[in-house]
Design a protein around this ligand. Structure first.
Ligand SMILES: [Zn+2]
Length: 242
């Protein structure tokens, strides 16, 4: 019987190990950092969208203004060219001269507005640039993390496969009725279905056994197992696994 109990204890240990590996899968360093990174990226994208919304109408006005300034300049150049060729009568030349002055004033006026717009847009573009740079850094790090995640998951998978192989070997040498009893409890705990009593504590849930429980255990025959009242695990005593 003691050999079966030794195997049962080992089986319980493989189940605890499998449960630890399953939990580790959710807290792989690469996954945790990757999740944080994604949250950061989402925040940056939202900030970027707000800045884009602020910048877009200003950029549109600026574009229209630049086209207008270009038109005014080319009109002024044409008139200046005609003036220097001195074509037309004196009155016409005067009118052309007045138009050049008028066009120059219009250009100055629009250039002042253009400058104001550029001053409004510049800090927005600075911030957008910084956000782009941060997003780029995050993207690069995320790629690295994806690689690390693959490696870390593969390591976990390999460890899990080893544990499961060892588990099958152990299960094969445990008496079927005891194994069935164990499996039912293990299905409930999600980890092991048995454990060793350790200094008056259940080795599974780590809760201290009541003095009555300890006493009852002590009086059980060597081929019988106790049960933890807290977690339901089968309780093995040291003398049963030595
Ligand atoms: Zn327990």
């Amino acid at each position: 019987m003691s050999e079966g109990f030794v195997a049962l204890r080992a089986l319980a240990e493989t189940d605890e190990e499998r449960s630890r590996l399953d939990q580790a899968r959710h807290s792989l360093p690469a996954k945790v950092e990757g999740d944080e990174l994604m949250a950061q990226a989402q925040g940056l994208m939202a900030a970027k969208a707000m800045l884009d919304d602020e910048r877009a109408p200003l950029a549109e006005i600026l574009g229209a203004l630049e086209t207008e300034i270009e038109g005014l300049r080319s009109r002024r150049e044409q008139i200046i060219a005609r003036l220097s060729a001195s074509v037309g009568a004196g009155k016409e030349l005067e009118a052309m001269d007045a138009e050049v002055t008028h066009l120059s004033e219009a250009i100055d006026d629009r250039e002042t507005t253009e400058l104001e717009l550029l001053e409004q847009i510049a800090p927005l573009e600075d911030r957008l640039g910084r956000i782009e740079a941060e997003l780029h850094t995050l993207r690069v790090r995320h790629q690295v993390l994806e690689g690390e995640f693959k490696t870390q998951s593969a390591e976990l998978e390999a460890a899990r496969a080893l544990v499961l192989a060892r588990r099958s070997e152990l299960a094969a040498v445990i008496e079927p009725t005891l194994l069935l009893r164990y499996e039912r409890i293990a299905a409930r705990t999600g980890a092991s279905g048995a454990c060793l009593v350790n200094a008056g504590h259940c080795g599974g849930c780590h809760i201290e056994l009541a003095s009555g429980e300890v006493d009852a255990l002590r009086h059980l025959p060597l081929d019988e197992l106790g049960t933890c009242e807290q977690c339901g695990r089968l309780l093995l005593r040291t003398e049963q696994v030595n």
